[in-house]
Design a protein around this ligand. Structure first.
Ligand code: FES
Length: 105
């Protein structure tokens, strides 16, 4: 596992999301009321950016066809997507947001 700095805390305002590129993966990082979550940006249903989706109750709704994903686990909650997306553990210090990325197994 590697802990990688992805953003400064000040770069991601409350209830905003941003896509970061880590080891060739596009990862969407969300700030939900000061808590940070990170999941794969690409929806498992088709090629859509989850960072563009609406966030509520710690879920994100895909802007294309409305599948919902749990930001805490990456699990899919509603169709039409049938698979979850990868979820990454986040951590912070005073200034920075980090995510844990598994090295290629
Ligand atoms: S692309 Fe996300 S639900 Fe279809």
């Amino acid at each position: 596992m590697g802990k990688i700095k992805v953003l400064n805390i000040g770069d991601l305002e409350n209830n905003q999301s941003k896509v970061v590129n880590v080891e060739d993966k596009e990862i969407a990082v969300f700030n939900v009321d000061g808590e940070f979550f990170a999941i794969d940006d690409k929806c498992s249903h088709s090629d859509e950016s989850l960072s563009e989706g609406e966030v509520y109750d710690c879920k994100v709704e895909c802007p294309a066809h409305g599948a919902e994903f749990d930001l805490k686990t990456g699990e899919v909650l509603t169709p039409p997507a049938s698979k979850g997306v990868t979820c990454y553990q986040t951590s912070t210090d005073e200034n920075s947001i980090y995510i844990e990325v598994e090295k290629d197994a």
